[in-house]
Design a protein around this ligand. Structure first.
Ligand code: RP5
Length: 162
């Protein structure tokens, strides 16, 4: 299977988007990351999606901030599932990114995650779960990750007053 493709609008998105890559790495899922801007390189966006279709990329994670058109534009060019990550912006802290990504018109779907690092990590997790449909080893690792989280909650410290 081709690696999960992580795209982002700018190099400046990487500190957030690397959380998606880290989650995929932790779950043993291959990934590849690239900067593609809906506004600065619209031609590259189209050719990147054509290549992704040809390569058999199972799912695309796309992060962008501000006028975050990247996930929606990618989804317009492909039937590969696109997961959108709203990257926090300087002025509006990512609420602009979230609304830009989530408000897709009926008929073109983007799965929108939370703003910032949690959204990026969960995009990686969700991408791994999609890959797990075809890969039992990844499914096992996702289940182990869930069990690990449960253990942390169950074995957490006693809650005490200071
Ligand atoms: C968006 O504009 C990018 O996704 C990034 O979040 C934001 C700012 O980009 P830079 O000016 O830092 O390159 O397209």
């Amino acid at each position: 299977m081709a690696p999960v493709l992580i795209l982002m609008g700018s190099q400046s998105d990487w500190p957030v988007m690397q959380n998606a890559a880290q989650m995929l790495k932790d779950l043993g899922v291959e990934w590849r990351a690239q900067v593609v801007s809906a506004h600065r390189t619209p031609d590259l966006l189209q050719t990147t999606m054509a290549q992704a279709e040809q390569d058999g990329v199972p799912v695309v994670i796309a992060g962008a901030g501000g006028a975050a058109h990247l996930p929606g534009m990618l989804a317009a060019f492909t039937a590969i599932p696109v997961l959108g990550v709203p990257v926090p912006s300087k002025q509006l802290k990512g609420l602009d990114s979230l609304l830009s990504i989530v408000q897709m018109p009926k008929g073109v779907a983007v799965g929108t995650l939370a703003i910032g690092t949690a959204g990026a990590a969960n995009a990686g997790l969700l991408a791994a779960q999609i890959v797990a449909n075809q890969d039992p080893a990844v499914r096992e690792r996702v289940q182990a990750f869930r069990a690990e989280q449960r253990e942390k909650v169950m074995n957490g410290p006693e809650l005490e007053l200071p």
